[in-house]
Design a protein around this ligand. Sequence first.
Ligand code: RM4
Ligand code: MN
Ligand code: MN
Length: 412
Amino acid sequence: MSNKAYDLLVEGLAGRNIDVEQIKIALKNQHIETPSWGYANSGTRFKAFAWPGAARTTHEKIDDAAMVHKMTGITPSVAVHIPWDRPADDDYDGMCQYAEDQGIKIGAVNPNVFQDNEYKFGSLGNPDPGIQERALDHILECCELMVKFRSDSLSLWFADGTNYAGQDGLRDRKRRFEAGLRIVYTHLPENSRMLIEYKFFEPAFYSTDIPDWGTAYAWALKLGPQAQVLVDLGHHAQGVNIEQIVAFLLDEGRLGGFHFNNRKYADDDLIVGSVNPYELFLIYNELVGAELSDDDLVSSTAHNVAYMLDQCHNIEGKMAAIIYSVLNCQEAYAKALLVPRKELREAQLAGEVMRAHEILNWAYRLDVRPLLAQVRAEMGTPTDPMAAYRASGYEAKIRAERGLANASGGFQ
Ligand code: RM4
Ligand code: MN
Ligand code: MN
């Protein structure tokens, strides 16, 4: 394949002692998990605008996830939410088989302890022991489902918190949570892990039981090595330095995974990289640095990170938005791989502030599209996934087959 732009890029990189072949291997091994709920209709608390063709069943969500994998080659798994994705006939083997027949696997299992009326005052943190137990039972059932789905990650997010000062005892809630999480921990299947997701506010507005990475990290430490922290990019206050959190958790062996999305104001769940592509690059820069580290704990932690999307496509079509998100992650990873790390380190150690900053930004400013086109060609996937998707006729097909579903609120 003649790819002039690619040849030029390789030439430029050689001058900086960058081995493109190694970088292509890393890019071919990149994996991003897509969320089943991202293919269904969703909306804000004001209105959910139905998208013609949005997936209505888990089979349809699997079909869509498989199509994204066909277009990108790097999304071989789909995360499920229980009960949204519980197979109607309880045939879990059949569901796994269906996914495998489409060329993908079931990934992280997400329990749902926030949508039933009982959870008005929380789940594990609820003052009512009966409701704590109900939540616990559901999460433990999800641990059993992990075995059926052959999944190795339990992804935990809680809507728990309070809306008014004095509503509940903050320490009481902490203790209830800790007790619940300890029980969950002992039920994790072998060789699996639990990912503890934090979020600073919403739906609770006064206090949230797992508000930040520090709380999630403290519990992961108390629980044991199978517990790690999940960083959702939308779950921080404005201006928080997420790449520094990522660096800390990587260095301590406790970064378990990501929920990628982007925010401008709150937990907006917009397309990852759409608001702040530089931040995404800086996050990937920490991950690549850790992958290359000669500290075994750090590099194995980085290699085991579960990269997942957690987005909500309210006014745009789901499929193209998810493909675009995957490409944004691919581009950020490619740029991070191209950082001339030796040069950067030398500049850092010499205290050359501007030189170090410039070296990092040199990689960020590279146009990596010819490299990615080359990688895709070598992988046998479309060199331009967005164009290939548009030309595939998939959207017209699902629109005709599925039509316009009734959208209410939330994710279904
Ligand atoms: C939360 C959080 C969780 C997701 C729910 C639906 O804000 O990001 O990961 O499962 O939304
Ligand atoms: Mn999330
Ligand atoms: Mn969120």
